[in-house]
Design a binder for this molecule. Structure first.
Ligand code: FES
Ligand SMILES: [Fe+2]
Length: 398
């Protein structure tokens, strides 16, 4: 089914490529410039989008074995993700029920149980409190009422989603609108995590706009990779998640050469030829394929920073196979290149454009008929912000 969808999209791209067109939306849309710098609006986005929406917090391969855990702070919330002895993932607030101390420092590791470094209370993989230090002195306490606070978690397609609200009613599978079936085709659960890096960037929406935008490629990236790229894009949507794919017929061979594919043989195409473009996961992830050191993927996960003016992006460089020494060198070069493109071309431009917007002298920014992906993204941002907690689960219905 998913492969059929990929073929359908490739044929639609070809149709546009032959006609020299792309998918258009009806109108040019104006977005208030204040949406990119106003503190109140930004705070709403953090509270009502980031803290209520399933967020990608990692990939399965970071914690592949029973007992593996990953501990991170997300928007100031300490989160502990662990793989239990059955192989299922669980997520908890990394805060002891005695007086809130974190059970583990941020990072990855492997543990069967978690003993709090403050007074030594102990929890098992199910988050149950199983030991109170010197309980005869502490007093009677019902342990079963003092488990770790559990957070909703979902693992699909080798990707880990968590909701930062303990009692969220959002159905995470529904939130994916079947998009996970396509992400599954990347086969990420088997891929090797080669390296990760963190980059500082502009307002999270400025950055995300850029991931959805192929219009800028031949201009902003003319000095690096964009010169020969088309500025056209066909967006495909699954709820708020979008793939943007060039109508261009050129695809890369596994040796990295450009090929004009034969569409008569499309049913036999290798998967990587069907997976091009940028795959975004709302509200903050983009995935794109490369060939540095063998088949590889850059998964970028954006998080708002401390103010509307900043965000942080964790870049994961994932490889189909563990690289040999020589491939490692190529992969490193490719990763350096991608970091450069994002940091020095995309994010530097983003940080500078915010200055212009913050003057307040430009009231609106514009998204053209060829920028339907950006229009749709801002539509979802508005929709979610204006939806109450009770009605939120209903947004994610087909
Ligand atoms: S805060 Fe954890 S045991 Fe006291
Ligand atoms: Fe870019």
């Amino acid at each position: 089914m998913s492969r059929e969808q990929l073929i359908e999209m490739a044929l639609n791209n070809k149709k546009h490529s032959d006609a020299g067109t792309q998918e258009y939306v009806d109108n040019i849309v104006k977005i208030p410039a204040i949406n990119y710098y106003d503190r109140e609006i930004w705070q709403k986005e953090v509270d009502l989008i980031f803290k209520r929406t399933p967020l990608v917090l990692g990939v399965s391969k970071e914690i592949p074995n029973p007992g593996d855990y990953k501990s991170i702070d997300v928007l100031g919330i300490p989160v502990l993700i662990l793989r239990d002895s059955k192989g299922d993932l669980r997520a908890y607030l990394n805060a002891c029920r005695h007086r809130g101390a974190p059970l583990v420092e941020n990072g990855v590791g492997n543990k069967k149980r978690f003993s709090c470094p403050y007074h030594g209370w102990t929890y098992d993989e199910k988050g149950s409190l199983i030991g109170i230090s010197s309980q005869q002195d502490f007093g009677d306490l019902d342990k079963s009422c003092n488990s770790l606070v559990s957070l909703p978690i979902l693992e699909k397609a080798g990707i880990i989603w968590v909701i930062l609200t303990a009692d969220s009613k959002v159905d995470m599978e529904k939130f994916l609108f079947g998009y996970d079936g396509l992400l599954e085709m990347f086969n990420l659960s088997d891929w090797h995590v080669f390296d990760t890096r963190i980059l500082k960037g502009p307002n999270w929406k400025v950055a995300y706009d850029g991931y959805l935008d192929l219009y800028h490629l031949p201009v902003l990236h003319s000095e690096t990779f964009g010169k020969d790229f088309s500025n056209q894009a066909n967006p495909y949507e699954w709820g708020p998640h979008q793939r943007v794919s060039s109508p261009s017929m050129v695809i890369s061979s596994s040796e990295g050469e450009d090929l004009i594919p034969d569409y008569n043989t499309i049913n036999d195409w290798p998967l990587e030829h069907l997976m091009g473009g940028v795959w975004t996961i709302f509200p903050n992830v983009s995935i794109a394929s490369f060939m540095g050191g063998g088949r590889s993927i850059l998964l970028s996960q954006l998080m708002p920073g401390e103010s509307p003016d900043e965000s942080y992006t964790t870049q994961y460089y994932l490889m189909e196979n563990k690289p040999t020494k020589k491939q490692e060198e190529e992969a490193r070069k490719q990763f350096d290149f991608l970091e450069y493109v994002v940091e020095v071309e995309d994010y530097k431009t983003g940080i500078r454009l915010q200055k212009g917007l913050k003057t307040g002298m430009i009231k609106d920014v514009l998204f053209g008929k060829n920028e339907g992906a950006g229009q749709s993204f801002h539509g979802w941002v508005d929709k979610i912000i204006n939806t109450s907690d009770e009605d939120l689960p209903d947004l994610y219905k087909d």
